[in-house]
Design a binder for this molecule. Sequence first.
Ligand code: C5P
Length: 236
Amino acid sequence: MQLADARRRLIVPLDLADRTQAIDLAQRLAGHVGLVKVGLELFVAHGPSIVTDIRERHPELEVFLDLKLHDIPNTMRGAIRSAKRCGARFITVHAGSGVDHLRACVEEAADDIDVLGVTVLTSQDAHACKEAGHTRDLAELVEMRAVCAREAGCSGLVCSGLELARVQAVAPSLCRVVPGIRPAGSARGDQQRVMTPAEAVRADASYLVVGRPITDAADPVAAADAIVDEIAAADR
Ligand code: C5P
């Protein structure tokens, strides 16, 4: 794969509360990665203006708005209405909300933003799912939520690398965003269902979310470039 294509598939979260630090990190990563992810920490601190700010400074850098919405359909629809004009490419909603909830989001999003259904968080393992009251096994739960996302017309899914084959079987037209990516030898942190960048690409991930292995590195740009090289090499 060309390096430019590999770059487009890498998403780096700006998991920071400080606006200046987040903008600075986005600036350093621009040209090296396809998207930056604005998650709850940054969005709760600064609101939609952080997204518009990044987009104005770096039009080539797309924004993944990771709000993981989970509420009644009317409230989720309203949140999408408020979010859709800030210039983000993707927004996440919990697929476990159910088809009607997801459909309300997809209808409201129209062509302004792509809705992705989060299946089961990569920080959760089988024990955590059981503790939360789920009687299905984890992969089955991921598959059921992938079907909900497909039925609602979502653009894609968020799942771990371990479930890629299963979600592709039931929702082949949806793009697959994979967090819980850890280059060989890096710390797993609170992630449970992890894969290396090369493994995820070979398992057909559309996008890889790589946070701390890049953002905690002494040189985040060099760490991002190394992962882009690994993605490109894996997809030959
Ligand atoms: O630092 P790390 O690579 O673990 O960061 C992963 C990022 O992906 C975090 O911002 C987290 O909120 C997000 N995420 C995740 N699992 C999901 C969905 C999003 O870890 N299922």
